[in-house]
Write a new protein. Sequence first.
Length: 114
Amino acid sequence: MGMFDDAQGVLMSTTEKVFGVLATWASSSSDSTFSGNVLFSSPNNKILIGDTNKFQYRPYDYFFEYFTGQFDGLKELTDSGNIQTVTINGLSLYVREVYTKDDGKTYIAFCEKQ
């Protein structure tokens, strides 16, 4: 690996240790359970609907960010239509979409609360 790759891995690992929360995923394709610190965002801001006094939460506003090697197979299983469940902060979340970010080593998983 190059100098940038090494620095990227150290930076992501440090960020997850300082700001991350524990996530657990039991793969639907095997008996394996994966866990690790992720950068997690949950919706807590209401979204105003038009010019009304009504608010809503967007169901896919839950997301977490993780680095390559943490949840091997999560993206592939999600892309093939298998609904995966991840537990973060006591919340059970369905993983609906997983995208790669930037150079493909960082992933963002968009989730919906069960």
